[in-house]
Design a protein around this ligand. Structure first.
Ligand code: GLU
Length: 624
Protein backbone atom coordinates (compact mmCIF):
# COMPACT_ATOMS: atom_id res chain seq x y z
CA UNK A 1 0.00 0.00 0.00
CA UNK A 2 1.10 3.48 -0.82
CA UNK A 3 0.82 4.49 2.82
CA UNK A 4 2.98 1.80 4.34
CA UNK A 5 6.01 3.52 2.89
CA UNK A 6 5.77 6.90 4.50
CA UNK A 7 3.83 8.72 7.11
CA UNK A 8 3.22 12.35 6.32
CA UNK A 9 2.12 14.80 8.97
CA UNK A 10 -0.86 16.82 7.86
CA UNK A 11 0.66 20.21 8.42
CA UNK A 12 0.61 21.76 5.01
CA UNK A 13 1.67 21.09 1.46
CA UNK A 14 5.31 21.19 2.46
CA UNK A 15 4.52 18.33 4.83
CA UNK A 16 7.12 16.66 6.95
CA UNK A 17 8.17 13.20 5.88
CA UNK A 18 8.34 10.84 8.81
CA UNK A 19 10.32 7.67 9.19
CA UNK A 20 8.74 4.54 10.67
CA UNK A 21 9.54 4.39 14.37
CA UNK A 22 9.43 1.83 17.12
CA UNK A 23 6.29 1.75 19.23
CA UNK A 24 5.95 4.15 22.16
CA UNK A 25 7.81 7.24 23.30
CA UNK A 26 8.89 10.35 21.46
CA UNK A 27 10.38 10.15 18.01
CA UNK A 28 11.96 12.47 15.53
CA UNK A 29 10.41 13.23 12.18
CA UNK A 30 12.88 13.76 9.40
CA UNK A 31 12.06 16.90 7.45
CA UNK A 32 12.85 17.56 3.79
CA UNK A 33 16.38 18.96 3.49
CA UNK A 34 16.72 22.46 4.85
CA UNK A 35 13.80 22.15 7.27
CA UNK A 36 14.08 21.52 10.96
CA UNK A 37 13.24 18.05 12.15
CA UNK A 38 10.34 17.86 14.58
CA UNK A 39 9.88 15.74 17.68
CA UNK A 40 6.50 14.21 18.48
CA UNK A 41 5.45 12.78 21.82
CA UNK A 42 2.90 9.98 22.08
CA UNK A 43 0.34 12.52 23.38
CA UNK A 44 0.92 15.11 20.64
CA UNK A 45 -2.24 15.18 18.53
CA UNK A 46 -0.07 16.08 15.53
CA UNK A 47 1.77 12.82 16.03
CA UNK A 48 1.38 11.23 12.62
CA UNK A 49 1.14 7.77 14.12
CA UNK A 50 -2.04 8.85 15.86
CA UNK A 51 -3.56 10.80 13.03
CA UNK A 52 -4.13 8.89 9.80
CA UNK A 53 -1.72 9.71 7.02
CA UNK A 54 -2.77 12.44 4.62
CA UNK A 55 -1.37 13.83 1.38
CA UNK A 56 -3.09 16.98 0.20
CA UNK A 57 -1.58 16.65 -3.28
CA UNK A 58 -1.10 13.65 -5.56
CA UNK A 59 0.11 13.70 -9.16
CA UNK A 60 0.05 10.81 -11.59
CA UNK A 61 -2.18 8.82 -13.92
CA UNK A 62 -4.71 6.06 -14.15
CA UNK A 63 -7.36 7.54 -11.84
CA UNK A 64 -7.55 9.87 -8.85
CA UNK A 65 -9.54 10.56 -5.70
CA UNK A 66 -9.72 13.64 -3.53
CA UNK A 67 -11.72 13.84 -0.29
CA UNK A 68 -11.40 15.21 3.22
CA UNK A 69 -10.45 11.87 4.69
CA UNK A 70 -7.54 9.44 4.18
CA UNK A 71 -9.54 6.28 4.93
CA UNK A 72 -12.20 7.28 2.43
CA UNK A 73 -9.67 8.27 -0.22
CA UNK A 74 -7.79 4.99 0.23
CA UNK A 75 -11.02 3.04 -0.26
CA UNK A 76 -11.77 4.96 -3.45
CA UNK A 77 -8.27 4.33 -4.71
CA UNK A 78 -8.61 0.58 -4.15
CA UNK A 79 -11.86 0.54 -6.11
CA UNK A 80 -10.18 2.35 -9.00
CA UNK A 81 -7.13 0.07 -8.90
CA UNK A 82 -9.40 -2.93 -9.33
CA UNK A 83 -10.89 -1.39 -12.44
CA UNK A 84 -13.93 0.22 -10.83
CA UNK A 85 -15.54 3.24 -12.44
CA UNK A 86 -15.60 6.77 -11.07
CA UNK A 87 -19.21 6.16 -9.97
CA UNK A 88 -18.21 2.95 -8.14
CA UNK A 89 -15.41 4.77 -6.36
CA UNK A 90 -17.59 7.79 -5.57
CA UNK A 91 -20.19 5.61 -3.85
CA UNK A 92 -17.50 3.68 -1.95
CA UNK A 93 -15.83 6.94 -0.85
CA UNK A 94 -19.14 8.51 0.16
CA UNK A 95 -20.08 5.43 2.19
CA UNK A 96 -16.69 5.57 3.90
CA UNK A 97 -17.25 9.24 4.68
CA UNK A 98 -20.49 8.12 6.32
CA UNK A 99 -18.20 6.26 8.73
CA UNK A 100 -15.41 8.77 9.32
CA UNK A 101 -17.43 11.98 8.74
CA UNK A 102 -20.75 10.87 10.20
CA UNK A 103 -21.61 14.45 11.17
CA UNK A 104 -21.49 15.57 7.54
CA UNK A 105 -22.34 12.58 5.37
CA UNK A 106 -24.38 9.41 5.37
CA UNK A 107 -27.56 7.67 4.34
CA UNK A 108 -29.56 9.90 6.69
CA UNK A 109 -28.92 12.87 4.37
CA UNK A 110 -28.82 14.04 0.77
CA UNK A 111 -26.59 15.49 -1.93
CA UNK A 112 -25.94 16.22 -5.59
CA UNK A 113 -23.73 14.26 -7.96
CA UNK A 114 -22.30 15.52 -11.26
CA UNK A 115 -20.99 12.88 -13.64
CA UNK A 116 -19.01 13.13 -16.87
CA UNK A 117 -19.41 10.05 -19.04
CA UNK A 118 -16.28 9.70 -21.19
CA UNK A 119 -17.91 7.20 -23.55
CA UNK A 120 -20.67 9.67 -24.43
CA UNK A 121 -18.95 12.98 -23.77
CA UNK A 122 -21.86 14.17 -21.63
CA UNK A 123 -22.31 15.69 -18.17
CA UNK A 124 -25.35 14.53 -16.18
CA UNK A 125 -26.52 15.00 -12.62
CA UNK A 126 -28.50 13.12 -9.98
CA UNK A 127 -30.47 15.10 -7.43
CA UNK A 128 -30.48 13.27 -4.10
CA UNK A 129 -31.78 16.26 -2.16
CA UNK A 130 -34.16 15.62 0.73
CA UNK A 131 -37.85 16.45 0.38
CA UNK A 132 -40.35 17.87 2.85
CA UNK A 133 -42.86 15.25 4.03
CA UNK A 134 -46.33 15.60 2.48
CA UNK A 135 -47.85 16.29 5.90
CA UNK A 136 -45.48 19.14 6.62
CA UNK A 137 -47.58 22.26 7.20
CA UNK A 138 -46.42 25.59 5.84
CA UNK A 139 -46.16 26.85 9.39
CA UNK A 140 -44.10 23.88 10.54
CA UNK A 141 -41.44 26.18 11.95
CA UNK A 142 -43.95 27.88 14.28
CA UNK A 143 -44.25 26.47 17.78
CA UNK A 144 -47.94 25.54 18.20
CA UNK A 145 -47.67 26.22 21.91
CA UNK A 146 -46.46 29.81 21.63
CA UNK A 147 -47.46 30.80 18.10
CA UNK A 148 -43.89 32.08 17.68
CA UNK A 149 -41.20 30.66 15.37
CA UNK A 150 -39.11 27.97 17.08
CA UNK A 151 -35.70 29.34 18.04
CA UNK A 152 -33.43 28.13 15.24
CA UNK A 153 -30.96 26.44 17.52
CA UNK A 154 -31.34 24.12 19.25
CA UNK A 155 -35.11 23.70 18.85
CA UNK A 156 -35.49 23.72 15.09
CA UNK A 157 -32.17 22.10 14.19
CA UNK A 158 -32.43 19.40 16.84
CA UNK A 159 -35.87 18.19 15.94
CA UNK A 160 -37.90 15.74 13.93
CA UNK A 161 -39.44 18.75 12.12
CA UNK A 162 -36.19 19.49 10.33
CA UNK A 163 -35.62 15.95 9.04
CA UNK A 164 -36.13 15.70 5.28
CA UNK A 165 -36.80 12.45 3.41
CA UNK A 166 -33.23 11.25 2.85
CA UNK A 167 -31.92 10.88 -0.70
CA UNK A 168 -28.34 9.65 -0.41
CA UNK A 169 -28.98 5.91 -0.58
CA UNK A 170 -31.24 6.22 -3.61
CA UNK A 171 -28.65 8.41 -5.33
CA UNK A 172 -25.97 5.76 -4.69
CA UNK A 173 -28.14 3.00 -6.11
CA UNK A 174 -28.93 5.08 -9.16
CA UNK A 175 -25.34 6.17 -9.80
CA UNK A 176 -24.19 2.54 -9.67
CA UNK A 177 -26.92 1.43 -12.04
CA UNK A 178 -26.18 4.21 -14.54
CA UNK A 179 -22.41 4.32 -14.51
CA UNK A 180 -21.11 1.67 -12.14
CA UNK A 181 -19.73 -1.83 -12.50
CA UNK A 182 -20.15 -2.83 -8.84
CA UNK A 183 -23.25 -4.06 -7.06
CA UNK A 184 -24.41 -1.93 -4.14
CA UNK A 185 -23.20 -4.68 -1.86
CA UNK A 186 -19.66 -4.56 -3.23
CA UNK A 187 -19.59 -0.77 -3.25
CA UNK A 188 -20.59 -0.66 0.44
CA UNK A 189 -18.38 -3.51 1.65
CA UNK A 190 -15.16 -1.50 2.21
CA UNK A 191 -17.08 1.08 4.25
CA UNK A 192 -18.79 -1.67 6.25
CA UNK A 193 -15.36 -3.12 7.06
CA UNK A 194 -14.05 0.31 8.01
CA UNK A 195 -17.01 0.88 10.34
CA UNK A 196 -16.36 -2.47 12.00
CA UNK A 197 -12.60 -2.03 12.24
CA UNK A 198 -12.91 1.60 13.33
CA UNK A 199 -10.85 4.67 12.60
CA UNK A 200 -8.50 6.78 14.68
CA UNK A 201 -10.19 9.84 16.17
CA UNK A 202 -8.47 13.00 15.02
CA UNK A 203 -8.80 16.51 16.33
CA UNK A 204 -11.46 17.54 13.81
CA UNK A 205 -13.71 14.62 14.76
CA UNK A 206 -13.16 15.27 18.48
CA UNK A 207 -13.88 18.98 18.06
CA UNK A 208 -17.06 18.35 16.09
CA UNK A 209 -18.20 15.81 18.67
CA UNK A 210 -17.59 18.18 21.55
CA UNK A 211 -19.46 20.95 19.76
CA UNK A 212 -22.43 18.57 19.54
CA UNK A 213 -22.04 16.92 22.95
CA UNK A 214 -24.96 18.67 24.61
CA UNK A 215 -27.54 17.74 22.02
CA UNK A 216 -26.14 14.24 21.40
CA UNK A 217 -26.52 13.66 25.14
CA UNK A 218 -30.26 14.25 24.77
CA UNK A 219 -30.73 11.19 22.55
CA UNK A 220 -29.94 7.77 23.91
CA UNK A 221 -28.71 6.41 20.60
CA UNK A 222 -26.53 9.44 19.79
CA UNK A 223 -25.10 9.53 23.29
CA UNK A 224 -24.25 5.85 23.26
CA UNK A 225 -22.69 5.97 19.83
CA UNK A 226 -20.73 9.23 19.85
CA UNK A 227 -19.97 10.21 23.45
CA UNK A 228 -17.56 8.80 25.98
CA UNK A 229 -18.47 10.00 29.49
CA UNK A 230 -20.44 12.86 28.01
CA UNK A 231 -17.66 14.13 25.77
CA UNK A 232 -15.79 13.29 22.57
CA UNK A 233 -13.74 10.11 22.55
CA UNK A 234 -10.06 11.01 23.02
CA UNK A 235 -7.91 11.97 20.05
CA UNK A 236 -5.95 8.89 19.05
CA UNK A 237 -8.59 6.41 20.25
CA UNK A 238 -10.35 4.08 17.82
CA UNK A 239 -13.96 4.82 16.93
CA UNK A 240 -15.92 1.74 15.97
CA UNK A 241 -19.49 1.76 14.62
CA UNK A 242 -20.68 -1.86 14.39
CA UNK A 243 -24.29 -0.71 13.96
CA UNK A 244 -23.37 1.16 10.79
CA UNK A 245 -21.28 -1.80 9.59
CA UNK A 246 -24.39 -3.98 9.90
CA UNK A 247 -26.59 -1.34 8.28
CA UNK A 248 -24.30 -1.14 5.23
CA UNK A 249 -24.12 -4.95 4.99
CA UNK A 250 -27.88 -5.27 5.14
CA UNK A 251 -28.45 -2.48 2.66
CA UNK A 252 -25.97 -4.17 0.34
CA UNK A 253 -28.03 -7.38 0.54
CA UNK A 254 -31.50 -5.95 0.54
CA UNK A 255 -30.96 -2.97 -1.74
CA UNK A 256 -31.89 0.63 -1.04
CA UNK A 257 -35.56 -0.48 -0.91
CA UNK A 258 -34.78 -1.53 2.64
CA UNK A 259 -34.77 2.19 3.45
CA UNK A 260 -37.46 3.36 1.04
CA UNK A 261 -40.02 0.60 1.56
CA UNK A 262 -38.67 -1.70 4.24
CA UNK A 263 -37.87 -2.01 7.87
CA UNK A 264 -35.09 0.56 7.95
CA UNK A 265 -37.58 3.11 6.66
CA UNK A 266 -39.93 2.23 9.51
CA UNK A 267 -37.12 2.88 12.00
CA UNK A 268 -36.40 6.26 10.41
CA UNK A 269 -40.05 7.33 10.41
CA UNK A 270 -40.55 6.28 14.00
CA UNK A 271 -37.61 8.35 15.15
CA UNK A 272 -38.61 11.40 13.15
CA UNK A 273 -42.15 11.35 14.51
CA UNK A 274 -41.12 10.47 18.01
CA UNK A 275 -37.47 11.26 18.64
CA UNK A 276 -36.35 9.11 21.56
CA UNK A 277 -34.81 11.45 24.11
CA UNK A 278 -33.35 10.63 27.50
CA UNK A 279 -35.83 11.24 30.35
CA UNK A 280 -33.97 14.09 32.05
CA UNK A 281 -33.17 16.27 29.01
CA UNK A 282 -34.09 19.96 28.95
CA UNK A 283 -33.91 20.08 25.17
CA UNK A 284 -37.25 20.63 23.52
CA UNK A 285 -37.33 18.27 20.51
CA UNK A 286 -40.32 19.05 18.27
CA UNK A 287 -41.53 15.88 16.53
CA UNK A 288 -41.62 15.66 12.74
CA UNK A 289 -44.10 14.77 10.03
CA UNK A 290 -42.50 12.04 7.93
CA UNK A 291 -44.55 9.00 6.94
CA UNK A 292 -43.56 5.77 5.25
CA UNK A 293 -45.37 6.93 2.12
CA UNK A 294 -42.90 9.87 1.92
CA UNK A 295 -40.05 7.39 1.73
CA UNK A 296 -41.89 5.20 -0.78
CA UNK A 297 -42.61 8.19 -3.02
CA UNK A 298 -39.11 9.66 -2.84
CA UNK A 299 -37.27 9.99 -6.17
CA UNK A 300 -33.73 11.09 -7.04
CA UNK A 301 -34.31 12.81 -10.38
CA UNK A 302 -31.81 13.27 -13.18
CA UNK A 303 -31.54 16.98 -13.79
CA UNK A 304 -29.98 18.81 -16.66
CA UNK A 305 -26.82 20.49 -15.33
CA UNK A 306 -26.37 24.25 -15.51
CA UNK A 307 -23.79 25.32 -18.07
CA UNK A 308 -22.05 28.62 -18.66
CA UNK A 309 -19.31 29.55 -21.07
CA UNK A 310 -16.45 31.22 -19.23
CA UNK A 311 -13.40 32.31 -21.22
CA UNK A 312 -14.21 29.61 -23.78
CA UNK A 313 -14.53 26.90 -21.12
CA UNK A 314 -17.79 25.11 -20.34
CA UNK A 315 -18.54 25.24 -16.63
CA UNK A 316 -21.15 22.67 -15.55
CA UNK A 317 -22.92 22.89 -12.21
CA UNK A 318 -25.96 21.74 -10.26
CA UNK A 319 -29.38 23.07 -11.22
CA UNK A 320 -32.25 23.80 -8.80
CA UNK A 321 -33.10 22.85 -6.14
CA UNK A 322 -29.46 23.78 -5.68
CA UNK A 323 -28.57 27.42 -6.13
CA UNK A 324 -24.96 26.35 -6.69
CA UNK A 325 -24.85 26.11 -10.48
CA UNK A 326 -26.86 29.25 -11.07
CA UNK A 327 -25.05 31.44 -8.54
CA UNK A 328 -21.53 30.30 -9.48
CA UNK A 329 -22.54 30.57 -13.15
CA UNK A 330 -24.06 34.04 -12.86
CA UNK A 331 -21.00 35.31 -10.99
CA UNK A 332 -18.69 33.92 -13.67
CA UNK A 333 -20.79 35.54 -16.39
CA UNK A 334 -20.55 38.87 -14.58
CA UNK A 335 -16.79 38.53 -14.00
CA UNK A 336 -16.20 37.75 -17.67
CA UNK A 337 -17.39 41.28 -18.44
CA UNK A 338 -15.10 42.99 -15.93
CA UNK A 339 -11.33 43.67 -15.90
CA UNK A 340 -10.28 40.57 -13.96
CA UNK A 341 -6.64 39.59 -14.43
CA UNK A 342 -3.58 38.37 -12.61
CA UNK A 343 -1.94 41.73 -13.30
CA UNK A 344 -4.35 43.38 -10.87
CA UNK A 345 -5.21 40.80 -8.19
CA UNK A 346 -6.65 43.33 -5.74
CA UNK A 347 -9.07 44.82 -8.27
CA UNK A 348 -9.92 41.29 -9.36
CA UNK A 349 -10.78 40.33 -5.78
CA UNK A 350 -12.86 43.50 -5.41
CA UNK A 351 -14.79 42.50 -8.54
CA UNK A 352 -15.14 38.94 -7.27
CA UNK A 353 -16.77 40.27 -4.07
CA UNK A 354 -19.08 42.58 -6.01
CA UNK A 355 -20.11 39.87 -8.46
CA UNK A 356 -21.16 37.47 -5.73
CA UNK A 357 -23.10 40.18 -3.86
CA UNK A 358 -25.16 40.69 -7.04
CA UNK A 359 -25.55 36.97 -7.69
CA UNK A 360 -26.64 36.33 -4.08
CA UNK A 361 -29.29 39.07 -4.38
CA UNK A 362 -30.63 37.25 -7.45
CA UNK A 363 -30.37 33.90 -5.70
CA UNK A 364 -32.51 35.11 -2.80
CA UNK A 365 -35.15 36.49 -5.15
CA UNK A 366 -35.35 33.61 -7.63
CA UNK A 367 -33.94 30.30 -6.41
CA UNK A 368 -35.99 27.48 -4.99
CA UNK A 369 -37.13 24.04 -6.04
CA UNK A 370 -38.00 24.45 -9.74
CA UNK A 371 -40.58 21.65 -9.48
CA UNK A 372 -42.59 24.05 -7.31
CA UNK A 373 -41.63 27.59 -8.28
CA UNK A 374 -40.74 29.23 -11.54
CA UNK A 375 -36.96 29.72 -11.54
CA UNK A 376 -35.90 31.87 -14.52
CA UNK A 377 -32.71 29.85 -14.91
CA UNK A 378 -32.13 30.62 -18.58
CA UNK A 379 -32.36 34.35 -18.01
CA UNK A 380 -30.27 34.26 -14.82
CA UNK A 381 -27.50 32.55 -16.78
CA UNK A 382 -27.91 34.63 -19.94
CA UNK A 383 -25.25 36.95 -21.28
CA UNK A 384 -27.78 39.76 -21.42
CA UNK A 385 -28.58 39.52 -17.73
CA UNK A 386 -24.88 39.27 -16.85
CA UNK A 387 -24.32 42.46 -18.83
CA UNK A 388 -27.09 44.21 -16.93
CA UNK A 389 -25.62 43.14 -13.60
CA UNK A 390 -21.99 43.85 -14.57
CA UNK A 391 -22.69 47.35 -15.84
CA UNK A 392 -23.75 48.46 -12.36
CA UNK A 393 -20.52 47.30 -10.72
CA UNK A 394 -17.99 50.05 -10.06
CA UNK A 395 -14.42 48.95 -10.73
CA UNK A 396 -13.11 51.28 -8.02
CA UNK A 397 -15.76 51.22 -5.34
CA UNK A 398 -17.79 48.67 -3.42
CA UNK A 399 -21.55 49.23 -3.58
CA UNK A 400 -23.37 49.61 -0.26
CA UNK A 401 -24.76 46.21 0.78
CA UNK A 402 -27.15 44.60 0.50
CA UNK A 403 -27.52 45.30 -3.23
CA UNK A 404 -30.91 44.89 -4.86
CA UNK A 405 -31.77 41.98 -7.12
CA UNK A 406 -31.75 42.46 -10.90
CA UNK A 407 -34.58 41.78 -13.36
CA UNK A 408 -33.96 38.58 -15.30
CA UNK A 409 -36.78 39.54 -17.68
CA UNK A 410 -35.15 39.31 -21.09
CA UNK A 411 -34.97 43.10 -21.54
CA UNK A 412 -31.36 44.10 -21.14
CA UNK A 413 -31.15 47.06 -23.50
CA UNK A 414 -30.14 49.71 -20.96
CA UNK A 415 -27.90 49.63 -17.91
CA UNK A 416 -30.52 49.40 -15.15
CA UNK A 417 -29.34 49.96 -11.64
CA UNK A 418 -31.49 47.75 -9.45
CA UNK A 419 -33.45 49.57 -6.75
CA UNK A 420 -34.73 48.59 -3.32
CA UNK A 421 -32.69 45.81 -1.76
CA UNK A 422 -34.57 43.18 0.25
CA UNK A 423 -34.05 43.18 3.96
CA UNK A 424 -31.22 40.77 4.70
CA UNK A 425 -32.35 37.38 6.00
CA UNK A 426 -30.32 35.52 8.62
CA UNK A 427 -28.18 32.89 6.92
CA UNK A 428 -28.85 29.69 8.83
CA UNK A 429 -27.22 27.19 6.49
CA UNK A 430 -24.79 24.92 8.26
CA UNK A 431 -21.06 24.81 7.73
CA UNK A 432 -20.93 21.06 7.49
CA UNK A 433 -21.13 18.78 4.44
CA UNK A 434 -18.39 17.07 2.50
CA UNK A 435 -17.20 16.93 -1.11
CA UNK A 436 -15.35 14.31 -3.12
CA UNK A 437 -13.95 14.29 -6.64
CA UNK A 438 -13.02 11.15 -8.59
CA UNK A 439 -11.55 10.39 -12.04
CA UNK A 440 -11.22 6.85 -13.37
CA UNK A 441 -8.87 5.42 -15.97
CA UNK A 442 -11.51 5.67 -18.71
CA UNK A 443 -11.84 9.37 -18.05
CA UNK A 444 -15.22 9.35 -16.29
CA UNK A 445 -15.37 12.12 -13.70
CA UNK A 446 -17.51 12.53 -10.58
CA UNK A 447 -17.92 15.70 -8.54
CA UNK A 448 -20.18 14.88 -5.59
CA UNK A 449 -21.24 16.94 -2.56
CA UNK A 450 -23.26 15.33 0.24
CA UNK A 451 -24.53 16.52 3.56
CA UNK A 452 -26.77 16.08 6.56
CA UNK A 453 -26.89 19.95 6.80
CA UNK A 454 -25.52 21.13 10.20
CA UNK A 455 -22.48 19.35 11.59
CA UNK A 456 -24.26 16.52 13.39
CA UNK A 457 -27.52 17.00 11.45
CA UNK A 458 -30.61 16.81 13.62
CA UNK A 459 -28.59 15.11 16.37
CA UNK A 460 -30.93 12.11 16.10
CA UNK A 461 -29.21 8.77 15.53
CA UNK A 462 -31.44 5.96 14.32
CA UNK A 463 -31.13 3.47 17.21
CA UNK A 464 -29.05 0.37 16.38
CA UNK A 465 -28.52 1.61 12.81
CA UNK A 466 -25.47 3.81 13.45
CA UNK A 467 -26.30 6.91 11.38
CA UNK A 468 -27.62 10.39 12.03
CA UNK A 469 -30.69 11.95 10.46
CA UNK A 470 -30.37 15.24 8.60
CA UNK A 471 -31.84 18.62 9.52
CA UNK A 472 -31.96 19.65 5.85
CA UNK A 473 -35.42 21.22 6.03
CA UNK A 474 -33.94 24.15 7.95
CA UNK A 475 -32.56 25.13 4.53
CA UNK A 476 -36.09 26.31 3.77
CA UNK A 477 -36.59 29.95 4.62
CA UNK A 478 -37.44 30.29 8.25
CA UNK A 479 -39.40 33.50 7.62
CA UNK A 480 -42.63 33.54 5.70
CA UNK A 481 -42.46 36.13 2.91
CA UNK A 482 -45.22 35.48 0.39
CA UNK A 483 -42.97 35.76 -2.68
CA UNK A 484 -40.08 33.76 -1.24
CA UNK A 485 -39.20 30.95 -3.69
CA UNK A 486 -37.79 28.91 -0.83
CA UNK A 487 -40.89 28.71 1.37
CA UNK A 488 -41.84 25.37 2.91
CA UNK A 489 -44.21 23.26 0.83
CA UNK A 490 -45.06 19.58 1.19
CA UNK A 491 -42.94 17.46 -1.16
CA UNK A 492 -40.62 20.37 -1.98
CA UNK A 493 -36.83 20.27 -1.76
CA UNK A 494 -35.17 23.05 0.24
CA UNK A 495 -32.82 25.33 -1.67
CA UNK A 496 -29.22 24.18 -1.46
CA UNK A 497 -25.88 25.87 -2.03
CA UNK A 498 -24.03 22.72 -2.92
CA UNK A 499 -21.95 23.34 -6.02
CA UNK A 500 -20.34 20.23 -7.44
CA UNK A 501 -18.66 21.55 -10.58
CA UNK A 502 -16.99 20.14 -13.69
CA UNK A 503 -15.10 22.45 -16.07
CA UNK A 504 -14.63 21.30 -19.67
CA UNK A 505 -11.96 22.58 -22.03
CA UNK A 506 -12.26 21.83 -25.76
CA UNK A 507 -14.86 19.18 -25.02
CA UNK A 508 -12.68 17.34 -22.49
CA UNK A 509 -13.02 17.48 -18.71
CA UNK A 510 -10.39 19.68 -17.12
CA UNK A 511 -11.39 20.36 -13.51
CA UNK A 512 -13.65 18.76 -10.92
CA UNK A 513 -14.22 20.98 -7.88
CA UNK A 514 -16.52 21.25 -4.87
CA UNK A 515 -16.61 22.10 -1.19
CA UNK A 516 -18.71 22.06 1.97
CA UNK A 517 -19.56 25.25 3.84
CA UNK A 518 -23.26 26.14 3.59
CA UNK A 519 -23.78 29.18 1.40
CA UNK A 520 -20.01 29.80 1.41
CA UNK A 521 -19.75 26.72 -0.83
CA UNK A 522 -20.73 28.94 -3.75
CA UNK A 523 -18.06 31.55 -3.16
CA UNK A 524 -15.41 28.94 -2.32
CA UNK A 525 -15.95 27.10 -5.60
CA UNK A 526 -16.00 30.40 -7.47
CA UNK A 527 -12.85 31.67 -5.77
CA UNK A 528 -10.97 28.47 -6.59
CA UNK A 529 -12.05 28.80 -10.24
CA UNK A 530 -11.05 32.46 -10.29
CA UNK A 531 -7.66 31.67 -8.76
CA UNK A 532 -7.05 28.89 -11.26
CA UNK A 533 -8.55 30.41 -14.41
CA UNK A 534 -7.75 34.10 -14.01
CA UNK A 535 -5.22 34.79 -11.31
CA UNK A 536 -2.42 32.57 -12.59
CA UNK A 537 -2.40 30.02 -9.76
CA UNK A 538 -1.94 26.30 -10.21
CA UNK A 539 -4.59 24.10 -8.60
CA UNK A 540 -2.60 23.55 -5.40
CA UNK A 541 -2.20 27.31 -4.92
CA UNK A 542 -5.80 27.95 -5.94
CA UNK A 543 -7.06 25.64 -3.18
CA UNK A 544 -4.60 26.81 -0.55
CA UNK A 545 -5.12 30.57 -1.13
CA UNK A 546 -6.95 32.40 1.69
CA UNK A 547 -10.68 32.82 1.16
CA UNK A 548 -13.27 35.53 1.49
CA UNK A 549 -17.01 35.31 0.99
CA UNK A 550 -19.39 38.15 0.12
CA UNK A 551 -23.00 36.95 0.17
CA UNK A 552 -24.64 40.36 -0.09
CA UNK A 553 -24.02 41.33 3.50
CA UNK A 554 -22.58 44.49 5.04
CA UNK A 555 -19.23 42.92 5.87
CA UNK A 556 -17.20 40.40 3.95
CA UNK A 557 -16.47 37.24 5.93
CA UNK A 558 -12.81 36.40 5.36
CA UNK A 559 -10.16 34.11 6.75
CA UNK A 560 -7.57 35.91 8.83
CA UNK A 561 -4.87 35.24 6.20
CA UNK A 562 -7.04 36.91 3.58
CA UNK A 563 -7.58 39.92 5.84
CA UNK A 564 -3.84 40.13 6.52
CA UNK A 565 -2.98 39.90 2.84
CA UNK A 566 -5.67 41.99 1.15
CA UNK A 567 -7.75 43.63 3.90
CA UNK A 568 -5.83 46.91 3.79
CA UNK A 569 -5.98 47.32 -0.01
CA UNK A 570 -9.58 46.16 -0.30
CA UNK A 571 -10.81 48.44 2.47
CA UNK A 572 -9.82 51.34 0.19
CA UNK A 573 -12.55 50.09 -2.15
CA UNK A 574 -14.96 50.26 0.78
CA UNK A 575 -15.02 46.59 1.82
CA UNK A 576 -15.15 45.70 5.50
CA UNK A 577 -14.02 42.34 6.83
CA UNK A 578 -14.92 40.03 9.68
CA UNK A 579 -13.32 36.63 10.40
CA UNK A 580 -15.57 33.56 9.97
CA UNK A 581 -15.58 32.16 13.51
CA UNK A 582 -13.56 31.81 16.65
CA UNK A 583 -10.09 30.40 16.10
CA UNK A 584 -10.03 26.75 17.15
CA UNK A 585 -13.72 26.14 16.38
CA UNK A 586 -14.83 24.20 13.33
CA UNK A 587 -16.22 27.45 11.91
CA UNK A 588 -12.89 29.25 11.62
CA UNK A 589 -12.18 28.07 8.05
CA UNK A 590 -14.13 28.73 4.89
CA UNK A 591 -14.81 25.51 2.97
CA UNK A 592 -12.85 22.30 2.49
CA UNK A 593 -12.18 21.79 -1.22
CA UNK A 594 -11.54 18.45 -2.92
CA UNK A 595 -10.53 18.90 -6.56
CA UNK A 596 -8.88 17.15 -9.49
CA UNK A 597 -7.29 18.61 -12.61
CA UNK A 598 -7.01 16.52 -15.76
CA UNK A 599 -4.09 17.71 -17.88
CA UNK A 600 -4.08 17.26 -21.65
CA UNK A 601 -1.20 14.77 -21.46
CA UNK A 602 -3.19 12.45 -19.19
CA UNK A 603 -1.59 13.60 -15.94
CA UNK A 604 -3.99 13.96 -13.04
CA UNK A 605 -3.43 16.45 -10.23
CA UNK A 606 -5.58 15.58 -7.21
CA UNK A 607 -5.73 18.28 -4.56
CA UNK A 608 -7.29 18.44 -1.11
CA UNK A 609 -6.96 21.00 1.65
CA UNK A 610 -3.54 21.21 3.24
CA UNK A 611 -4.96 22.61 6.49
CA UNK A 612 -8.61 23.58 6.57
CA UNK A 613 -10.83 21.23 8.59
CA UNK A 614 -7.78 19.23 9.58
CA UNK A 615 -6.58 18.74 5.99
CA UNK A 616 -7.82 16.39 3.29
CA UNK A 617 -6.30 13.56 1.31
CA UNK A 618 -5.63 13.15 -2.41
CA UNK A 619 -4.37 10.04 -4.19
CA UNK A 620 -3.69 8.78 -7.71
CA UNK A 621 -3.59 5.22 -9.04
CA UNK A 622 -0.11 5.50 -10.56
CA UNK A 623 1.87 8.21 -8.75
CA UNK A 624 4.35 10.08 -10.90
N1 GLU B 1 -27.41 22.27 3.70
C1 GLU B 1 -26.51 23.06 2.95
C2 GLU B 1 -26.87 23.07 1.50
O1 GLU B 1 -27.49 22.19 1.03
C3 GLU B 1 -25.13 22.59 3.07
C4 GLU B 1 -24.68 22.63 4.46
C5 GLU B 1 -23.22 22.72 4.59
O2 GLU B 1 -22.47 22.86 3.67
O3 GLU B 1 -22.81 22.65 5.71
O4 GLU B 1 -26.52 23.92 0.81
Amino acid sequence: MRRARLATAAIGITALVVATVPAGGAFVAAAPSGERARTFTAEDPDNPRLAPVKDPVAIGRGGAVSSVDPEATAIGLRVLRRGGTAADAAVAVAAALGVTEPYSAGIGGGGFLLHYDASKGTVSTIDGRETAPMDMPRDAFIDPETGEPYPFSPDLVTSGVSVGVPGTALLWGKALRRWGSLSLDRALTPAARLAKRGFIVDRTFALQTDENAERFAAFEASRDLFLTDGAAPPVGSRFVNTDLARTYRKMGNKGVEWLYSGRLGRNVVRNVRNPRTVPDTDLPVPPGFMRRSDLRDYTAPNRRPTKVDYLGLDVYGMAPPSSGGSTVGESLNILERLPVSKRNPVTSLHLYLESTAAAFADRAANLGDSDFVNVPLRELLSDGFAGERACTIDVDEAAPKPVAEGSPDGDYSVCKRAQGARAPVADTEGMSTTHLSVVDRRGDVVSYTLTIEQTGGSGITVPRRGFLLNNELTDFSTVYEADDPNRIQPGKRPRSSMSPTIVMRDGEPWLAVGSPGGSTIITTVLQVLLNRLDLGMNLVEAVEAPRATQRNTGSVVAEQDFIDLYGGDLSEFGHEFVPPGDPGTSGSDIGAVAAIELRRNGTLVAVAEPDRRGGGDAAVVEPR
